[in-house]
Design a protein around this ligand. Structure first.
Ligand code: ZN
Ligand code: ZN
Length: 141
């Protein structure tokens, strides 16, 4: 998706962003995402230098190494950031349009709730996919 500009915003419009070179979307079933949202999430990603954020983002600590970014006015969950990663996760629901983005699969399936099933046939991984960009051994977010 080189050069495709994706834009997004929170519910109230107080925070907006634009990003290039977005990654495709992953569904994350980890407990952090469940606690933050009440369910699993869909998120794309962008390198920090490829995203421009405007507005007042409230970065809240999720763990020692990770933060979630919310609109300071309406509370919309927009971003997730890990100190060790060079990308920021962008909650897919905040995108104004998801042109060209595909869904790659499911991560942290080992932590998913028992009350739902994954039936879309997409790849599933216990933690991160073994593509070399993230640790796949037991990993404490
Ligand atoms: Zn807002
Ligand atoms: Zn997660």
């Amino acid at each position: 998706m080189a050069d495709t500009v994706h834009t997004g915003k929170c519910l109230c419009g107080g925070v907006t962003y634009s990003a290039v070179n977005l990654t495709d979307i992953w569904y994350c079933h980890c407990k952090q995402c469940q606690h933050l949202t009440g369910y699993y999430i869909a998120a794309a990603g962008a390198k920090r230098e490829d995203i421009t954020i405007e507005g007042d983002v409230n970065w809240l600590p999720v763990s020692d190494r990770t933060k979630s970014g919310h609109c300071a006015a309406c509370g919309s969950y927009l971003f997730w950031n890990a100190a060790d990663f060079d990308t920021i996760s962008i909650l897919a629901g905040s995108l104004n349009g998801s042109d060209g983005l595909a869904v790659k699969g499911h991560i942290f399936v080992s932590q998913k709730g028992d009350y739902y099933d994954i039936t879309d046939g997409l790849p599933q991984y216990d933690t991160y996919p073994p593509d070399g960009t993230r640790p796949t051994e037991e990993f404490d977010l």
